[in-house]
Design a protein around this ligand. Structure first.
Ligand code: FAD
Length: 336
């Protein structure tokens, strides 16, 4: 880090996009005393945001299996920020399990990640009684947490307002018309100015059953995608998520079969579950799949890819550090 010489003190801040990236930016800037206005094209239900469709896992150790160390560094810092600002966030850890036929991939996952302990069948059923007798062993990542996107986004928005910020929903903003420091958190819509952004499709299904109880996300090792079941409360579970280099919307039959099959493999009672919703979102990604804060006439925070909920708090802290003190994180920030 080095200190830039023109910190911009307590100027007003305009943030475009109230998804997970923009919401955390708005919260930290408003709490730091800036006059914040957050503009969002969607209504308060946020159905236009990729964040609406996410799993909400806060899993820096599991994600190390397929991501760069910077994701772990920022993710672990974000966990502290989630704990500090949302102490009610469940940090019950996460579980990784596999069928006997995927044993080699399970061992590979264990080798590529840290922060876990191995559980035998007894340990698994002590932790998640619903999984009794289902798997011979598992990996338990005790430090991980999860949030429910459709609950935490409105909570974040309410906290922004409580800190003195203003939120304008149903408002399509253009940076050229805005005052003060502009922070662009438009996700994939920022491709008009950053053509290297691409959308990586993630499909999900929500099911409902009162025959399975889980206290934490359970990942099932799968040859193609990290499939998981996340408890949502009210007997609902999210099944996610595919990762497809395509930008269409909807859920294919093949993906639905794989997601529902994964749930059935975690517990056969999911066969009787009621399907509540199919959906998909496009994860905004740069070619290296890493997040980036670009500082030019405005500040662009984007490329959160598979890790928006995991990274948004730490990215907001970095942006605030830049604006207030001129601090630059060379791994994430680009000054144009
Ligand atoms: C199925 C699925 C599962 C996922 N699971 C996880 C997970 O478990 N953990 C995790 O950390 N991440 C997960 N992700 C990734 C995460 O959802 C994304 O990284 C994150 O949502 C990106 O957030 P964002 O704020 O950058 O973009 P968005 O959420 O898309 O927000 C951008 C917002 O900008 C608004 N906007 C655009 N243009 C304008 C404009 N001109 N004026 C006003 N508003 C505008 C849009 O309406 C939108 O609301 C998942 C993604 C998917 C699809």
């Amino acid at each position: 880090m080095y200190q830039k010489s023109d910190p911009r003190g307590d100027s007003p801040v305009s943030i475009i996009g109230a998804g997970i990236a923009g919401a955390w930016q708005a919260l930290l800037f408003a709490q730091a005393g800036h006059a914040v206005t957050l503009y969002e094209r969607s209504d308060a239900d946020m159905t236009l945001a990729t964040s609406h469709w996410a799993g909400g896992m806060l899993a820096p150790w599991c994600e190390a299996e397929a991501s760069e160390p910077v994701i772990g560094r920022l993710g672990i810092r974000s966990l502290d920020l989630w704990r500090e600002h949302f102490p009610q966030t469940p940090f019950n850890g996460s579980l990784v399990v596999a069928h006997a036929r995927d044993r080699a991939d399970f061992e590979r996952f264990a080798k590529l990640t840290t922060g876990h302990v191995r559980l035998d069948a007894r340990g698994l059923s002590d932790l998640e009684p619903s999984l009794d007798g289902r798997f011979r062993e598992g990996l338990f990542y005790a430090g991980e947490g999860h949030v429910e996107p459709r609950r935490v986004l409105p909570e974040l928005h309410a906290r922004v307002e409580a800190a003195g910020g203003t939120i304008k929903f149903d408002c399509d903003a253009d940076a050229a018309d805005l005052d003060g420091i502009v922070i662009d958190c438009r996700g994939l819509s920022a491709r008009d100015e950053q053509p290297e952004l691409r959308g990586v499709k993630g499909e999900m299904i929500i099911v409902e059953t009162n025959e399975v109880e889980l206290s934490r996300p359970v990942r099932l090792i799968h040859p193609r995608w990290p499939l998981y079941v996340i408890p949502r409360g009210d007997d609902k579970f999210m099944l996610g998520a595919t990762s497809i280099e395509a930008e269409d919307t909807g859920v294919s039959v093949r993906s639905a079969l794989e997601l529902l099959g994964a749930a059935y493999a975690v517990h056969p009672a999911f066969a009787e579950a009621r399907i509540v919703e199919f959906g998909s979102g496009l994860r905004p990604a740069y070619p290296d799949n890493l997040p980036r804060i670009t500082v030019d006439k405005k500040i662009v925070v984007n490329g959160l890819y598979r890790h928006g909920f995991l990274l948004a708090p730490a990215l907001a802290e970095l942006t605030l550090g830049y604006v207030q003190r001129g601090a630059i994180d060379n791994e994430v920030m680009r000054c144009v």
